[in-house]
Structures are given as structure tokens and as C-alpha cells.
Ligand binder design. Sequence first.
Ligand SMILES: [Zn+2]
Length: 259
Amino acid sequence: MSIVLVGVHGDEKCGVEALEKILPTLEIERGTVLFGYGNPHAIEANKRYTESNLNRMFNDELLTPKEKDSYEYQRAQFLKSYLNKADALLDIHASSIPNSKAFVICEANAGEIVKFFPINLVVSGFDKVEPGGTDYYMNTRGKIGICLECGYMKNPQTIKVAEESIFAFLKAKGHMVDNLTPQKQSYVQMFQKYFAKTDKFTLSKPFENFEVVLKNQIIGIDGSEEIKAPKRSLILFAHNGTKIGDEVFLLGEKKESLV
Ligand SMILES: [Zn+2]
């Protein structure tokens, strides 16, 4: 069984809209596919989440009692009951950073599926630097977890990216018949996530996703400390922080293949 999740972050609407387009005429030829809304309360409110980030609720060891008390934690338990029955997941997201391009987040176990996605960048290493997402949950159970970032959330093109990727996923998993062609893709390995140590982390400038930062380049100021890149890297999801522990950026580097 395969699962396609949309709206795990409620304001990332491309997956929800892609499903609305696809589902009325979709014919699954083999096997079972579940399509689901990740976070219905947040989708309705058009917010990333209502109490806790749902895409961090899948690793109990990292959660505080307050997080475990949240609607999203409960929702994660509900979603787990389906994820436990599936062998592969496609979870569809979009980015709040303008100009973001589409990319896939997965580990090597998803190589035979994502090579058919209409996406030219494949990013791995998230399970180590950012454990607790839906894809992490699947991967740590010997299954396949794929997270798709469709681009800037306000760009309508993201709906098409979501739609085409859902079809590539369904075909690669054998749910629909078609001749798929592998795409030319490049690879990035994430190696670090930085959490704000103070309640005021300010970026030195706005960074686009996968912008190059040089060794010792100042990325931001955390309280009064300058935070520098440890080596030449590609920066991802760079945001200002307003709380201790805020996720403010990730760093990665290019690699030759997914494996
Ligand atoms: Zn998201």
C-alpha cells in the first residue's frame, strides 16, 4: 500500500489543490493507495500548524510534554496507524521562501522511485539533521519516505509540480502503468541544522534555498554571537528566529549520487 499526504503544513496548499484536480478521474490499476490530509485543522485555518509542527511529531523521544499534549501530536498518532500499514509515502510540501525551486527529500532507499520525478534536485541527510518528520518515520521502519518540496508556496506552478510528481510516484510504485523516463538529477547531502541559542537570531541577509555560503561567512547573529559557516556549503530554509530552539537554517553540500 502507498500513501500520499498533503497539507501536513496547512498553509502549503499545492498538494491539496493537486489532489482536488486529480482525484475525480484517477484510476488506480493495481494495489491500494491512500490519499490523505495531513493536518485538517491547519489546512482550514491556512496556517503551518495550530499548536505544534506536525512534521516534527514522529519521533517521541524529542518531544516535550507540552508538544505531546497538542492536536498535532494526536494527529500524528492517527496518521501513524495508516503509515504503519504502508510501504511507501509521498508527503507534499511547499516553501515560504520566495523563488524556492522544487526538490525532493529522501534517502537512498527511494532512489528507484524519485529518479522518475520531474524534479532536478534530490536532497538527503534529513533523517539525521532533522529527525521527526513523516519521511523519517517511514525510513526508520525500513519503509520508503519521500518528502516533496514543490517550490515557493505562492507560486501556482507548485500545483503542477505536485500533480506530476504524484503520477510519477504512482507509476513508479506500479499502481498505474506507464513508461517512465529517468530524469537528470543532482544531489545534495545535508550535514547540519542550526537551532537558535537565544530568542533573537537575525540572518545577515535573506538567503535563497541552496544559495552558496563560503567558509567563515557570517550567516546570522544569535544574541550577540556571530554564526559562521564551518565550510563552503549550500544553505537551506534560512529564517530569523524569535525563540530559543527555533530551527533557523540547514547546511548541506553537493554529492555525486544519492547512494
Ligand atoms: Zn512543509
